[in-house]
Design a protein around this ligand. Structure first.
Ligand SMILES: Nc1ncnc2c1ncn2[C@@H]1O[C@H](COP(=O)(O)OP(=O)(O)OP(=O)(O)O)[C@@H](O)[C@H]1O
Ligand SMILES: [Mg+2]
Length: 189
């Protein structure tokens, strides 16, 4: 299956998930992550502010911030690369490009992700054998993940059923090391 076809299929399946199921899935994903000592201990966490079709990260971002972590969130640049800004609690986000909520804080630069101890990214699917991730098609996270060192845990958040075989791959596609789903956390590779 090609990328576009797979994206369409997963986005359609996500759109059909009832709101209460989406909410409980998001809570389970958050708890599975917060159970991990390496998540609890991360001082600087790169995450993202989910939109309506994705498993929600809003409670996760809030919990990490409450716990004392510095959480950086992406600011989408005009060239589709990701800049980063610090989350400073509820009410400190405003819509950016494509209406995506972004911190109003100063932009820290595309290299800020290099200093994160934990990187949490969106995905539509991840390949269970290779860890290759499929995103929504901007290549933004491929660029951002290229700056992350090999020892930093990278986690994609998925619904159950989105960790699959045969995710299409191009040379620029990056792999990730963990998938967090409602049913549990899976280490890849
Ligand atoms: N490191 C890079 N530098 C410049 N352009 C890139 C880079 N990586 C990917 N791209 C561009 O992004 C386009 C989309 O990539 P791809 O289909 O892999 O998106 P994706 O992984 O689904 O999206 P995202 O990474 O935003 O979640 C590619 O066709 C490529 O031209
Ligand atoms: Mg890609």
């Amino acid at each position: 299956m090609d990328k576009q076809k797979l994206r369409r299929a997963i986005r359609a399946a996500r759109a059909a998930i009832p709101e209460d199921e989406r909410r409980s899935a998001s809570v389970a994903i958050r708890e599975n992550l917060l159970d991990q000592p390496w998540v609890q201990m991360a001082g600087l966490v790169a995450c993202y502010w989910s939109d309506e079709e994705e498993p929600s990260t809003h409670g996760l971002v809030f919990a990490l911030w409450k716990h004392g972590a510095t959480v950086i969130l992406p600011v989408l640049r005009d060239d589709d690369d990701l800049d980063w800004a610090v989350y400073d609690g509820p009410g400190t986000l405003a819509p950016g490009r494509f209406g995506i909520m972004e911190p109003v804080d100063t932009r820290r630069g595309v290299d800020t992700i290099r200093t994160a101890a934990l990187v949490i990214v969106p995905a539509l699917a991840v390949d269970e054998k290779t860890g290759v991730r499929l995103g929504r098609g901007g290549g933004s996270y491929d660029r951002a993940l290229a700056r992350v060192g090999p020892n930093v845990p990278t986690v994609a958040l998925l619904n159950d059923g989105e960790l699959i075989e045969g995710v299409p791959v191009e040379p620029h596609d990056r792999t990730i090391r963990f998938v967090a789903m409602p049913s549990g956390l899976v280490k890849l590779g």
